[in-house]
Write a protein that binds this ligand. Structure first.
Ligand SMILES: [Zn+2]
Length: 88
């Protein structure tokens, strides 16, 4: 589509003082998370002005899901542990 107004970067802190981004422009949280190369690293969203910004709830859930390997949405209406693929 060619629209890259927002992207994600894997970041980590160097000695707890300096935040260093991976330098890529990841189009989604999944690939940015896979790019984390150090313990304690995390992912930030970068807006079109190059400013880091906080995840919204949706992005946070996505990040948690990638990190932990399963969906841990806080507002999920589906009880944990129950399959939800066969509603009908
Ligand atoms: Zn990267």
């Amino acid at each position: 589509m060619g629209r890259a107004k927002k992207y994600y970067e894997a970041v980590f802190t160097d000695s707890g003082t300096c935040m260093i981004g991976c330098g890529h422009k990841h189009q989604n949280i999944t690939t940015a998370t896979a790019c984390i190369s150090q313990p304690g690293g995390y992912v930030v969203s970068v807006n079109r002005w190059g400013k880091f910004r906080q995840f919204n709830d949706e992005e946070e859930a996505e990040f948690q899901r990638v990190i932990f390997g399963h969906d841990k949405r806080r507002d999920s209406k589906v009880p944990l542990g129950l399959p939800h693929a066969k509603n009908i």
